[in-house]
Design a protein around this ligand. Structure first.
Ligand code: ADP
Ligand code: MG
Length: 465
């Protein structure tokens, strides 16, 4: 995916304000109504239409008028929000060349002011399995905006949390630097993915080291689940670094043994084929404990001394909760079960851009910012719903720490959200049935927030760009 960060320079604060407004709206809408965007962004002198047009031109938004006039973020739009946040935080100052295209990610070099180069991974969950995201919506009924945006963010958070925890336990992983939205910044690994290595000085040593890592991970309660030549980096001194963690599961997972065996098998197969190594396999029918096992015998899941949950505390410390772990596991599970041990890595679909970025300039002709009074296609209940969703967006802000405000639409407690939404909905319907004009006026966002701190917090966030 082309990431033309030059555009970043030409984007104004108002552009980011509107982009953020679309992101916030996407919490409750797959396509965010233009009216809602205008209301959330509440630009001082109007002008949302012009900004939307600009964002559309740069392919940061996708326009959709099939059901109503609305927009959604494209991957690029989401990338820019994350990159801008990282730059604002001082994590890096420039984005360089693309160094990797993974199955569900794009990896770029980024550099600090002092010239240090790091790696930035932008997660694209649902890219190769976009259809899968759709079909899996069924079990995600409780959260109908459970889309690529949310899934990619979860994947990034999980990767960051695991990388950090693994690093703290002495595993050879990149240094986890920071995480925002679907973006993880980490140290750049010197070397190459094992798949590109044709020759090794000491294939046996590397082989043993890698198998040792699988075992040590299991001892710490974890299975990588995608441990193969694409996710193992090796440098000139044949030092191994493992990468790519969003699909890791606990050893208490119901399919743990299968995943463990598959990781082991991948390594055996690769080293056998690439480095012509031969292995003396033990007889499966013989109890392993009775055999004098030497170093080269195949690790078995049952013989590993596992301590499930060992890393839980560290993971939680990075903000990755049990609930999120379960959610992403359920989503990824289908994929890792279908996957033949990562052999699909080399065949990623590079046509993904078209899926989310199809808007042409022609669409601009049909782009209109509907005014509140002309939304005749919306019945009153729709408008009530809309105003609830708007205040819902503002309400969730209250729970956020001011220092996290640039993360904006990230950390929402779903249960609370649903509860407050239901409450507001009931109240609004009751008010409407009493004949009171309850739906939001163009400025309701502002008006409502006037007395509480909602509005000022959002304004602060929007102004912080
Ligand atoms: P995916 O989850 O999409 O498979 P990976 O994390 O495996 O993504 O990264 C894809 C490729 O990008 C890797 O095979 C590797 O070549 C490169 N890469 C990823 N992380 C780093 C890093 N920290 N340093 C250097 N290269 C990296
Ligand atoms: Mg990978």
């Amino acid at each position: 995916m082309k990431l033309d960060v030059d555009v970043l320079r030409y984007l104004s604060r108002e552009d980011f304000r509107v982009l953020t407004a679309v992101e916030m709206g996407m919490r409750n809408h797959e396509i965010v109504p233009s009216v809602l965007i205008d209301r959330i962004a509440s630009l001082k002198h109007g002008g949302t239409y012009k900004v939307l047009k600009n964002l559309l031109k740069h392919k940061l938004l996708h326009h959709d008028a099939s059901k109503y006039d609305g927009f959604r973020l494209t991957y690029l739009g989401y990338d820019f929000l994350a990159i801008k946040t990282m730059v604002n935080r001082g994590v890096f100052t420039a984005v360089g060349r693309q160094i990797g295209v993974g199955k569900e990610s794009d990896i770029f070099e980024v550099s600090r002011e002092d010239g240090t180069i790091m790696a930035m991974k932008l997660h694209r969950l649902g890219r190769t399995s976009f259809r899968a995201v759709k079909s899996k919506r069924d079990y995600l009924r409780h959260r109908n905006n459970y889309n690529w945006l949310y899934l990619s963010r979860l994947a990034a958070l999980k990767e960051y949390a695991f990388m950090k925890a693994l690093e703290e336990h002495g595993f050879p992983v990149p240094n986890a630097v920071d995480c925002n939205r679907h973006c993880v910044v980490m140290s750049l690994v010197q070397g190459y993915p094992l798949v590109q290595v044709k020759e090794l000085q000491n294939p046996e040593v590397v082989f043993e080291t890698i198998l040792g890592l699988i075992v040590r991970l299991a001892e710490h309660g974890l299975i990588h689940c995608d441990f193969n030549e694409f996710n193992i980096m090796i440098d000139d001194d044949e030092k191994v670094t493992m990468i790519d963690f969003p699909q890791m599961v606990s050893v208490s997972h119901r399919n743990a043994e299968m995943y463990f065996d598959r990781d082991v098998e991948c390594i055996y197969k690769f080293f056998g084929k690439r480095f012509k190594m031969t292995f003396e396999e033990h007889d499966d029918n013989v109890d392993v404990s009775e055999v004098d096992t030497d170093e080269s015998s195949r690790p078995s899941f049952s013989s590993v001394n596992k301590t499930a949950g060992f890393l839980d505390k560290e993971l939680a410390a990075s903000g990755f909760t049990r609930k999120e772990q379960d959610e992403i596991e359920r989503f990824i599970e289908g994929d890792i079960e279908d996957d033949a041990g990562g052999e699909g890595e080399g065949t990623e679909d590079n046509g993904h851009e078209s899926e989310l970025n199809q808007t042409t300039i022609k669409d601009l002709d049909s782009l209109k910012l509907e005014q509140e009074k002309t939304t005749s296609s919306h019945n009153e209940e729709d408008r009530i719903g809309e105003s609830q969703q708007t205040s819902n967006v503002s309400q969730s802000r209250e729970s956020e720490n001011a220092s996290d405000r640039e993360e904006e639409s990230e950390d929402v407690n779903d249960a609370q959200l649903v509860k407050s939404l239901t409450k507001q909905r009931r109240r609004a319907i009751a008010a409407a049935s009493r004949g009171r004009k309850n739906y939001a006026s163009r400025n309701s966002y502002k008006d409502k927030g006037g007395k509480s701190s909602h509005n000022s917090k959002i304004q602060k966030q929007l102004n912080s760009w």
